[in-house]
Ligand binder design. Structure first.
Ligand SMILES: [Zn+2]
Length: 696
């Protein structure tokens, strides 16, 4: 018996060791800077690694919970910040691959892993024993002598529990759960209804004459859609790639109106896919949830954790921009109206005329297209220019290291060093589309940054794009939009690479949502500065520097219809705030509510039968409730912050150092308004944005 017992122990230990040895995700990464060993990782390693990582995290949680000592900042709050490091590393590798180099197997694993991750997150954030410990520490916060970062960590930790209902009575906790459950179901229904409406609609045209004005490429795409559905002719639907070009180019006004009405009446037809009751119910449930937690309305609840702080902060911004934009929008409408008249149009411009005539005028005014700019934006030169900007501003340098494993031969890995030669970060770039890569562009990290036991553990940051590929005869030539995208994501990457926090949950891009786009959007400002472009924007064949007139055209065309575009975004912001500052449930007509909410922003006559709220997924199915203003907020911030560089010099090292020290290094360690004021000297104003967009 004894013998067998011993044997089985040995056997079990072996299994454990073999697993860890065979699963590269669970051992030490024996690579430069412990970067992910992609060459060793196989799909089948992920699920067991996730399970083992979660188990390790659960053990760490258990150790905090069962610690017999009185809860302290170190043994509870800091310990919680450290929970799940292995899981973070496993997730970092997995989710980056899921986005940039996916396959069906990985997608299947994601399905399996997602409930496990949700459960683990809930184990951390809903555990009453943990909360009691956190609360004990929080109650002594004024006696603990904490520095600013420690204070933020403690507050975040405590509020994270409280905002999920930890302080409620058992009865109210049950209500909170019921509301949350109904809300998540309703959001799904909302989205599904809009999607079903979108998918159900088609406009089939068999007479080509009716499609005059549409470019050949659009016609080809429409013929392809028809063919895919076994139909003759050309098929248009109300997805963006079909709808947008149709509204821009189709000469036939009746057809434009038909498509516009279909697009704008989604889930507003009184049938089983109608979202009017869902909109009202979602707004009501959010109000209930906020009031249960002691807030006046849902916006108060959301904005407490935003740079804007409260609805007054949001309205202040919306109103300032409104004052400057509305008159300009009306003038722009007048200009388009007059231009349309010269094209033979009679009567008042309606929404379905706007895109059509404004596009025609744009072509006439600017004579600018992608093909004219692309030769100046060869990818390798642009990359050199962008990395070089970081060198100029912050003194950091980039050195490619081919010993760092990559997940695809197209990926480049750099080591990034500070001005004094200290290692700062690993930085990956992945530029071109591939099957298995999601569309769009993003920054992410494989590993965050933190300090522990006096060691600064540096981040591994990546940017992933879908840029035009080189061809047999041409190198990769970027559109101007792609250049801006690269600048944007590189800005996020700097926020990650320069991170200098102690606690990982406050490091790098872990900041309030209405602050996270400042480092990215500010970088886009350089893209239209001749002084910067002159360094690298050279014709790939002739070497000629991009001409000044071309740069001016970029700026002018970017500001085309700035008033109208501003007012349009503001109208959505006002609508969002109206729904989420309700203090009692709204029972009237959704259409009336909407018209009232954005009345002062309208520049076209009202159209019956269309409704924005019933299809506004950002607000009712996504994470933008009481947050839509964030788009404009970020623009205000980036323009206001960039104005310091404009004033003191585009490559001014002191300004850059201050931006680095006060914003980029700080992550979410303090309230963003405090960080911003330290850089800027005062709170942001809308002036720089108005000036940049020609509204002032
Ligand atoms: Zn961004």
């Amino acid at each position: 018996m004894k013998r067998i017992y011993l044997l089985s122990i040995v056997f079990l230990m072996n299994i454990g060791m073999i697993n860890a040895q065979n699963n590269p995700l669970l051992g030490t990464f024996n690579t430069p800077h412990e970067t992910a060993p992609f060459n060793e990782i196989k799909n089948e390693h992920f699920l067991p690694a996730f399970k083992a990582s979660i188990e390790a995290g659960e053990k760490e949680l258990e150790a905090i919970k069962s610690n017999p000592e009185a809860p302290t900042f170190e043994n509870t709050i800091v310990a919680l910040d450290h929970v799940g490091r292995l899981l973070g590393r496993t997730s970092g590798v997995f989710f980056n691959l899921l986005g940039a180099e996916t396959n069906e197997e990985l997608q299947g694993i994601a399905q399996e892993v997602s409930p496990l991750l949700t459960k683990f997150q809930n184990d951390v954030s809903l555990d009453p024993v943990l909360f009691e410990k956190v609360k004990k520490v929080y109650q002594q916060k004024d006696q603990l002598n904490l520095d600013a970062e420690q204070k933020t960590l403690l507050e975040n930790s405590y509020e994270g529990f409280v905002r999920k209902g930890a302080n409620l009575s058992e009865a109210d906790k049950a209500k909170f759960r019921a509301i949350s459950t109904e809300l998540s179901k309703l959001s799904l229904t909302f989205d599904e209804n809009v999607l079903k409406e979108t998918n159900a609609y088609e406009l089939v045209i068999t007479n080509k004459e009716e499609l005059s004005g549409l470019p050949e490429g659009e016609l080809e795409a429409a013929a392809g859609r028809a063919k895919a559905k076994g139909k003759e002719g050309w098929l248009f639907d109300i997805t963006q790639p079909s709808f947008g070009p149709f509204m821009k180019y189709a000469d036939n006004r009746d057809l434009r109106k038909t498509l516009y009405m279909a697009y704008s009446s989604k889930s507003f037809k009184g049938d089983e896919l109608d979202n009017q009751e869902n909109v009202k119910r979602i707004a009501e449930l959010r109000l209930q949830l906020a009031q249960l937690l002691g807030y006046k309305n849902y916006a108060d609840y959301v904005l407490e954790r935003r740079m804007a702080i409260n609805p007054a902060g949001v309205y202040g911004l919306l109103n300032d921009l409104y004052e400057a934009s509305y008159k300009v929008a009306l003038q722009e409408k007048q200009e388009i109206q007059e231009f349309a008249a010269t094209e033979g149009f009679e009567g008042e411009l309606m929404p379905w005329d706007w895109s059509y005539y404004s596009e025609k005028l744009k072509v006439k005014k600017f004579d600018l297209n992608d093909e004219m700019l692309k030769p100046y934006f060869e990818l390798s030169r642009v990359t050199e220019g962008v990395l070089g900007l970081a060198t100029d501003l912050f003194g950091i340098t980039f050195r490619e290291n081919k010993d760092i494993p990559v997940y695809n031969p197209e990926v480049t890995a750099y080591e990034v060093f500070d001005a004094d030669g200290t290692f700062l970060s690993v930085f990956y770039t992945d530029f071109h589309p591939r099957p298995g890569k999601q569309g769009g562009a993003w920054m992410n990290d494989f590993k965050g940054q933190w300090k522990e036991n006096g060691v600064d553990s540096r981040p591994h940051v990546t940017i992933v794009m879908n840029f035009t590929r080189p061809t047999e005869t041409k190198p990769a030539l970027l559109t101007f939009y792609e250049v801006e995208t690269l600048m944007h994501e590189f800005g996020h990457a700097l926020h990650g690479m320069l991170a200098n926090s102690t606690y990982s949950s406050l490091s790098g891009t872990n900041v309030y949502r209405d602050f996270v786009e400042l480092p990215s959007q500010i970088m886009e400002n350089w893209a239209t500065q001749k002084e910067f472009l002159d360094r690298f924007a050279k014709h790939y064949q002739t070497g000629e520097t991009i001409p000044a007139e071309l740069v001016q055209k970029i700026v002018d065309s970017q500001n085309y219809l700035a008033g109208y575009l501003s007012i349009r975004q503001l109208s959505f912001g006002y609508l969002d705030m109206a729904w989420h500052t309700l203090e009692k449930p709204y029972t009237g007509s959704v259409k009336d509510f909407e018209e009232q909410a954005w009345k002062k922003t309208q520049i076209f006559p009202a159209v019956d039968g269309v409704c924005m709220s019933t299809q506004f997924g950002h607000l009712f199915a996504g994470g933008y409730a009481a947050g839509y203003y964030g788009y404009k907020w970020a623009e205000v911030l980036d323009a206001d912050a960039f104005s310091v560089f404009k004033e003191k010099g585009l490559f001014n090292k002191e300004v850059a150092a201050s931006f680095r020290k006060n914003i980029l290094e700080k992550g979410g360690t303090e309230h963003p308004m405090e960080l911003y004021k330290r850089f800027r000297g005062h709170e942001p104003t809308v002036d720089a944005l108005l000036e940049r967009s020609g509204l002032q």
